[in-house]
Ligand binder design. Structure first.
Ligand code: FES
Length: 612
């Protein structure tokens, strides 16, 4: 029996002073697993396999035991080396510990902003849930009809508008709550109806809220909307906790299909936990209660969609990559385990095919004003998986490209979230590499926009050659353990492996663009609007993206960076049933194109790996 197998008699505590958190830990878990279980957001791009080096922590106080597979960790036999950074996924607490998370290992707070945020950020309402306040006559011996009949009777009286909703069915939990709520509130109620179903009863004056969620592979963004005014009350982002099972969709599908019994359910529960955490945090920020949320809309790629709904993913992960369900679905939130109003529904947005899911449909919906009038447009939502639609003469060709997390700073040796000290811009001055950091702070790592800039600058400077090899000797180039790296700032390096990771990402994206153009029978110069969506896409430098060949070299005014368009689209669907209908039309109108099994894909991909 190893020491790891021994039962631990007392619970351990991990303190994270920089986050103001203290969590209960188990000696059976790694520090990363304990942190994840309690929502302490440490980056773990390889799913805890110990290979990415993203989860670095410093044990300031306390004893740990290292998995011997981790060369960066202290020897299991030695006392904890408190000077060292160790991988959180490779060490287990053996006493109460004080843990410092490396700045670049703090999971990113997603930029949930969308084009148009600000004063005009009020949505046009045509919501699926209608609310009414009713004031009823108290029950008496001579008027002793059932409570629900009393409500129906009150609604039948035309009060202020034609089309007054009528009740056809009653949610069971709403029915259970009705008598007490009615009497506690002196025979007045706020009702919420979805179509003809009474889904929620609450005292008058209760808020009527909606939650829109863009469940991305890496990050989840949430938006809390007042469904009576259309105002957005708060937006917030967090890392998708499913990252603990792998940074990419294929790893998660593999785990769901081939992992231990209940593996798929672990992923489903993690996705639900993310939505619940968003609901909780957004409501806390707005002085609201999660039970005041009476409608939820979630968009995500097809794998996120299936994992959230508990649909099988085996057939989705292998050719011909068939989804179980394509159209939108409406499911009771309580069936998911969401802590919102028990009668609320979750509207899960429609998919296109393959991994092109409802998040891309939401992006198409939100960007329609940009692409509607051009003969040829391209809409690209850049993320861990990049979804692309080419719209040419009214035909929509859609594809998905596994671009990986590199462009967002994941799997990059010095990658970090967009926080103070992150290099966001890299340039050249008199042949020397120069950097600009967020907040003008001392450089501590590299965020997504800096990653792209770094490669473009190193290529322009001749430090990286056409095939992507770092050249030496050069004053800004060093080497360690046989691997070359470019020095961007003291302690912040861009390694040969980093260059390769970005090359793979940019080649995957450009190849998908090229093949969609070929399918449509047009050349790149025909693209009149090149619309770049996604939180990362809002911050990239177009010149850098063109310089490394990720985007075709078009006149710069044709590029439009719209931010989190999926977030904007899912909010539209929360506010409007017409938007939901339009999204279903768009999804049904897109023709999914599978790239990975084509012979041309490999040829074009290899061509696009280099710089031309
Ligand atoms: S090295 Fe710990 S999650 Fe990858």
């Amino acid at each position: 029996m190893t020491s790891r197998d021994k039962p631990f008699a007392r619970a351990l505590t991990l303190n994270f002073p920089q986050l103001g958190r203290a969590i209960a830990a188990s000696g059976d878990e790694t520090v990363l697993q304990s942190a994840r279980r309690h929502g302490v957001r440490i980056v773990g791009a390889c799913g805890g396999r110990g290979t990415c080096g993203a989860c670095m922590v410093h044990i300031r106080d306390g004893e740990i035991e290292a998995d011997h597979a981790d060369p960066a960790a202290p020897s299991p036999a030695a006392p904890a080396n408190r000077k060292k950074w160790v991988r959180a996924c490779r060490v287990r607490a053996r006493s109460d510990c004080t843990v410092e998370v490396a700045p670049r290992s703090l999971a990113p707070v997603a930029r949930a902003d969308v084009a148009g945020d600000g004063d005009a950020d009020r949505l046009r309402l045509d919501a699926a849930v209608a609310s009414r306040e009713v004031h009823l006559a108290e029950a008496t011996l001579t008027d002793n009809v059932a409570d629900i009949d009393r409500v129906i009777r009150a609604l039948a009286v035309p009060i202020d508008a034609p089309g007054t909703p009528s009740i056809g069915t009653v949610d069971l939990v709403a029915a259970r709550q009705l008598p007490q709520t009615l009497r506690d509130a002196a025979w007045s109620l706020r009702l919420c109806l979805r179509g003809s179903e009474l889904i929620d009863v609450a005292p008058p004056g209760s808020r009527v809220l909606g939650l829109a969620v863009d469940l991305g592979t890496t990050n989840a963004a949430g938006f809390l909307v007042d469904l009576q005014s259309g105002a957005q009350l708060a937006s917030f982002g967090l890392e998708n906790p499913q990252v603990a099972w792998g940074a990419d969709l294929v790893s998660r599908i593999d785990y769901a299909v081939s992992g231990p019994a209940g593996a798929a359910d672990e992923l489903r529960i993690a996705a639900v936990a993310a939505i619940n955490a968003l609901a909780h945090d957004l409501c806390a920020a707005s002085g609201a209660k999660a039970t005041e949320i009476v409608d939820v809309v979630v968009c995500g790629n097809t794998a996120m969609h299936h994992l959230l709904l508990g649909l099988p993913v085996r057939q989705l992960g292998r050719a011909p990559f068939v989804a179980a369900v394509r159209d939108a679905m409406d499911v009771k939130a309580r069936e998911f385990g969401l802590g919102v109003s028990p009668g609320a529904y979750v509207h899960v947005t429609p998919n296109v095919g393959g991994f092109v899911g409802g998040d891309h449909v939401a992006a198409l919906l939100a960007t329609e004003s940009h692409w509607r009038d051009a003969a040829t447009s391209l809409v690209m939502d850049i993320g861990t998986n990049t979804e692309i639609s080419l719209i040419h003469d009214g035909v929509f060709l859609s594809a998905s490209s596994p671009s990986g997390p590199a462009l967002e700073g994941g799997h990059i040796s010095c990658g970090m979230r967009a926080a103070a000290g992150a290099i966001e811009q890299v340039g050249l001055d008199d042949g020397h590499v120069t950097v600009r950091t967020i907040g003008g702070k001392t450089p501590v790592g590299l965020c997504g926009s800096g990653v792209l800039d770094a490669l473009a600058t190193l290529y322009r400077a001749g430090i990286v050659d056409r095939r992507g090899r770092i050249q030496a000797p050069h004053r800004d180039v060093g080497a360690q353990d046989g691997e070359r790296f470019a020095v961007l700032a003291p302690g912040v390096h861009f390694t040969q492996a980093d260059v390769r990771a970005v090359q793979l990402a940019k080649a995957a994206i450009r190849t998908a663009v090229d093949l969609l153009l070929a399918d449509a029978g047009v050349e790149a110069p025909a693209i009149g609007r090149f619309i770049i969506a996604g939180a990362f896409g809002a911050y990239i430098d177009i010149d850098s993206a063109v310089a490394i060949g990720m985007f075709p070299d078009l006149p710069r005014e044709r590029f439009v960076q719209v931010g989190n368009a999926a977030g904007a689209g899912v909010r539209q669907m929360l506010a409007s049933t017409a938007a939901r209908s339009r999204a279903r039309q768009l999804a049904a109108g897109c023709r999914y194109v599978e790239m990975s099994t084509r012979a041309q894909f490999q040829r074009a991909f290899i061509h696009n790996l280099g710089f031309h």
